[in-house]
Design a protein around this ligand. Structure first.
Ligand SMILES: NC(=O)c1ccc[n+]([C@@H]2O[C@H](COP(=O)([O-])OP(=O)(O)OC[C@H]3O[C@@H](n4cnc5c(N)ncnc54)[C@H](OP(=O)(O)O)[C@@H]3O)[C@@H](O)[C@H]2O)c1
Ligand SMILES: [Zn+2]
Ligand SMILES: [Zn+2]
Length: 342
C-alpha cells in the first residue's frame, strides 16, 4: 500500500489524516492531486455522514507520478484530470455504447464507491495522491488552467451530457435553474454551443453575473410576474437545484415538447402529471458522462476557453469552503489547492 494524506470525515466535519492507496495494478496510474473542486455532492456527503470511511472530492487535476506496466496513454509528468467515476464493468451494453456512467453493474464512484477488484471503499480527491485506472483519467488539454479546469470533471460533464443528448445548438432556448457550480458551467457551455441561454434564479440580483457568463436574461423564480412572462419558453431546462422542490413551476417554463433535465437533487420528488401533459413536456435526468463524452467535453472547453469561475483555497480551509457553499456564498466553485498536504 502507498501512504498519502487526505481530508477524512469525522462526524460531519473533515480532518487531515494519513490514508492509503492501493499499489498500482498494471493499467493504473498514480496522480499527484494538485487541485480538487468542492461539489455540492461533497457537502451532502459530509453533512449526512454517519460512520464509515469518507474522503470526498471527485473533480480533480494533477500530474502523473507513476504508471503501471500496461499503461499506454500516459507517461510520468503528464497533466491529467479525473472525474466522478473511476471504473465500470466494460462489458455491458451501456459500457459498449460509451455510457460507462450508466454501467449495468453501476460505475465505481471516485469516493464512497466499491472497488471492483478488492472491494475496498474508494477515497476521493481531497487528498494528495489518487490511484486510478488509466481508462478513467483524461489528458488535460494544454491551455486549460488546471485549477479552474478541475470542476469540469463533475460539474461540467454532468451538464454537458444532457445539453448534448438534448441536441442543444444554435437557436435552442435553454434555461439553467440554480446559478451554482453546475449552473454557471451549464450557462457557459450552452452559450458556447450557440444556444440562447437564460438563468432561473431565486434572486434578481444575480442578473449581471448571469449575463457576464453568457446568459441573455434572468427569470426570477420567486417573482410570479417574471415566471409568468417566461411561460412555455424553453426547449431545454437544466435544473441544478440541490434540494427537493416542486417541479411544477419549472415545468411551466418548458416549451411544448421540451425537456426538463433534473440533474441537481437526486432523490424522490413528486410530479403533477398535468404539468407534463399540458404541452407534452418531458422529464429527464443525467449524471456524469461516458469516457468518450468526457474527453469531447474537455476538447470543447479547450477550444472555447471554458473553465469554471473559481475561488482557490488551500485545502486546510476546506471546512470554510463547505460552510460557505452551504450558505450559497461562492462564485461559482471552490477549488482546493492540495499542495499544503505536502
Ligand atoms: N447528477 C449528477 O451526477 C450530479 C453531479 C454533481 C452534482 N449534483 C448535484 O447537483 C446539485 C447542485 O450542485 P452544485 O455543486 O452546482 O451546487 P451549488 O454550487 O450549491 O449550486 C446550487 C444552486 O442552486 C440554487 N439553490 C440553492 N439552494 C436552493 C434552494 N433551497 N432552492 C432553490 N434553489 C437553490 C442556487 O442558485 P440561485 O441562488 O441562483 O437560486 C445555487 O447556486 C447538488 O444537489 C449536487 O449534489 C448532481
Ligand atoms: Zn460532483
Ligand atoms: Zn458496464
Amino acid at each position: 500500500m502507498r501512504s498519502t494524506t487526505g481530508w477524512q470525515a469525522h462526524g460531519t466535519t473533515l480532518r487531515k489524516e494519513p490514508i492509503t492507496r492501493r499499489d498500482l495494478r498494471p493499467d493504473d496510474i498514480s496522480v499527484r492531486v494538485d487541485f480538487c473542486g468542492v461539489c455540492h455532492t461533497d457537502l451532502h456527503a459530509v453533512r449526512s455522514h454517519d460512520g464509515g470511511v469518507l474522503v470526498p472530492g471527485h473533480e480533480f487535476t494533477g500530474v502523473v507520478i507513476e504508471a503501471g506496466p500496461d499503461v499506454t496513454a500516459f507517461r510520468v509528468g503528464d497533466p491529467v484530470a479525473v472525474g466522478n467515476i473511476v471504473d465500470s464493468c466494460g462489458a455491458c451494453d451501456m459500457c459498449a455504447a460509451g455510457q460507462e456512467n450508466f454501467c449495468r453493474e453501476f460505475p465505481t464512484l471516485t469516493y464512497n464507491g466499491t472497488d471492483r477488484h478488492d472491494g475496498s471503499t474508494t477515497l476521493g480527491g481531497f487528498s494528495r495522491e489518487y490511484v486510478v485506472r488509466e481508462k478513467f483519467a483524461y489528458r488535460l488539454p494544454s491551455g486549460l488552467d488546471p485549477a479552474a479546469a478541475a470542476p469540469l470533471m463533475c460539474a461540467g460533464i454532468t451538464v454537458w451530457e444532457p445539453l448534448r443528448a438534448l441536441g442543444v445548438g444554435p437557436g435552442t432556448r435553454v434555461a439553467v435553474a440554480g446559478l451554482g457550480g453546475l449552473g454557471h458551467l451549464a450557462v457557459k457551455l450552452a452559450a458556447a454551443m450557440g444556444a440562447e441561454v437564460s438563468v432561473v434564479s431565486r434572486s434578481a440580483g444575480r442578473a449581471a453575473e448571469a449575463i457576464e457568463l453568457g446568459a441573455r436574461d434572468v427569470v426570477v423564480s420567486t417573482d410570479p410576474d417574471s415566471t409568468a412572462a417566461a411561460r412555455d419558453r424553453f426547449d431545454v431546462l437544466i435544473d441544478t437545484i440541490p434540494v427537493a422542490h416542486d417541479l411544477g413551476p419549472y415545468l411551466k417554463l418548458v416549451a411544448m415538447d421540451g425537456t426538463l433535465s433534473q440533474v441537481g437533487y437526486l432523490g424522490s420528488m413528486t410530479v403533477e402529471t398535468m404539468d407534463l401533459l399540458t404541452g407534452r413536456k418531458k422529464l429527464s435526468s443525467g449524471g456524469s458522462g461516458g469516457v468518450a463524452a468526457t474527453a469531447d467535453m474537455l476538447e470543447f472547453c479547450a477550444g472555447h476557453g471554458i473553465t469554471a469561475d473559481i475561488e482557490l483555497l488551500p485545502s486546510g480551509r476546506v471546512g470554510e469552503a463547505l460552510d460557505r457553499l452551504e450558505r450559497g456564498d461562492v462564485r461559482h466553485r471552490f477549488v482546493l489547492d492540495l499542495s499544503d498536504l505536502g
